[in-house]
Write a protein that binds this ligand. Structure first.
Ligand SMILES: [Zn+2]
Length: 143
């Protein structure tokens, strides 16, 4: 269904963080989620509010608010870590990597979008198959 062409949807990591981010629960190691104001785990009923002082950490395989390890993360392509906040983030990465023709869009600040900031190992065509396999493996952990 996906065409060969990918157009940068002009999404920033901060936009994706407006939806619950999946993390590894610090108490039961199950799948928990965080928002900017709360960590909750359906498995063990853990509820936490963010630590003080409350500053955000971005572009690492941890959530920006509590700095817990992301649920969706895996070793990929020789020592790199593929990571995503949630399924929509995973979808975006998959569509980008699967596309043969990529358009980065003409936004006011295209250098700031998530797609524009992807590291070189993700944008390299030779890594396409391995990355898509890793994304499929991560997606399987969501069911
Ligand atoms: Zn838990």
């Amino acid at each position: 269904m996906d065409g060969p062409r990918f157009r940068d949807p002009q999404i920033r990591l901060g936009n994706l963080a407006a939806e619950p981010i999946l993390i590894v629960c610090p108490r039961c190691s199950g799948r928990a989620s965080v928002t900017h104001e709360r960590l909750t785990c359906a498995g063990c009923a853990l509820v936490r509010v963010p630590p003080e002082p409350h500053y955000h950490v971005w572009n690492r395989p941890i959530d920006p608010f509590f700095r817990e390890p992301l649920w969706l993360r895996a070793d990929c392509c020789g020592g790199n870590t593929l990571w995503a906040f949630h399924e929509r983030h995973l979808d975006l990465l998959e569509r980008f990597v699967a596309a043969k023709l990529r358009e980065r869009g003409l936004g006011n600040r295209p250098g700031m979008t998530l797609v524009a900031r992807l590291p070189a190992w993700i944008t390299t065509a030779k890594h396409r198959d391995e990355i898509l396999r890793t994304i499929a493996k991560l997606r399987a952990t969501l069911s």
